[in-house]
Write a protein that binds this ligand. Structure first.
Ligand code: KMH
Ligand code: ZN
Length: 271
């Protein structure tokens, strides 16, 4: 089995300081959280930018500062979001890709997202994929529903996404696929062999899906974007605390944890 790639989704676009007092918001705080997560065992950090008031933004300049704050601290893979928040325009969402990060997310379809709709038309999926290909950015295909796998395969067929594809199954967003084990098995069974996949279980789904991914040969995403609790009723103290638990579980289950360079090799990212 491949070594386990752990992604820390540090901030997200939706969680507030009111709900999670330890949420990193400024570029310095995100840089420090990335370093702590890296020391704990994360090889990728998935990042959303915020302004000074904590509002989600997709500004090139803020992502540039975050990238610098991370890179001066550690060699973890920087993976900015092109999903942003549901109200961001596609043009805003694409801005961090101009930084030529090693990776970026690429959402592969439209779905309900709580009370909102997360819009990803075919036109814009193709534009995002084209831009990432041009700039040599490895896409992580975000899958919120099974049909999004088909959309990603269509992008690959058109030559806009290279194979093997790396998928992230985001499971448990209200309005999209739930995070039951049967849902995960269905998604894993639906991707071409040779693909890589990680799972981001939302809220209470985070831990059971992570354990399943460790056992099935997938990879794991944890962090405040997806889940703010360590356990029921107990707020997590840091993103690193959530990463540490995955490292402990992986050791118990006999799965080695990948360094950032090992993750690059598994994902086919040239440094
Ligand atoms: N915040 C969500 C609407 C991504 O980062 O690529 C979209 C999202 C996906 O978080
Ligand atoms: Zn995200």
């Amino acid at each position: 089995m491949q070594k386990l790639i752990i992604t820390a989704a540090l901030t997200g676009a939706e969680v507030t300081r009111e709900r999670q007092p330890n949420l990193p918001i400024t570029p310095e705080e995100i840089g420090e959280a990335a370093y702590e997560a890296y020391k704990a065992g994360a090889s990728i950090v998935h990042v959303h930018a915020r302004d000074k008031d904590g509002n989600p933004v997709q500004d090139y300049e803020v992502y540039k500062q975050i990238k610098e704050e991370i890179e001066k601290r550690c060699p973890v893979i920087f993976q900015p979001s092109t999903g942003g928040a549901t109200w961001h325009t596609p043009e805003e969402r694409l801005q961090p890709v101009e930084l030529k990060p090693e990776m970026a997310t690429l959402s592969a379809g439209t779905c309900n997202f709580g009370a909102d709709v997360f819009m990803n038309s075919q036109e814009y999926m193709e534009k995002f994929a084209q831009k990432m290909k041009e700039l040599g950015v490895k896409p992580e295909i975000e899958v919120f529903e099974k049909g999004m796998i088909n959309n990603a395969l269509a992008l690959a067929k058109k030559g806009l996404v290279d194979t093997p594809i790396h998928f992230d199954f985001v499971m448990g967003v209200p309005g999209a696929i739930t995070g039951e084990l049967r849902d995960l098995l269905y998604l894993v069974d639906s991707i071409p062999s040779g693909s890589t996949w990680t799972v981001a279980g939302i809220g209470r789904y985070e831990l059971p899906l992570a354990i399943a991914a460790i056992m099935l040969g997938g990879h794991v995403r944890v962090g405040f974007e997806d889940n703010i609790y360590y356990k029921k009723g107990e707020i997590a103290t840091s993103n690193a605390q959530l990463v540490e638990r995955i490292v402990r579980l992986a050791k118990e289950l006999g799965r080695e944890v990948a360094t950032p360079d090992e993750a690059r090799e598994i994902l086919g990212i040239k440094k």
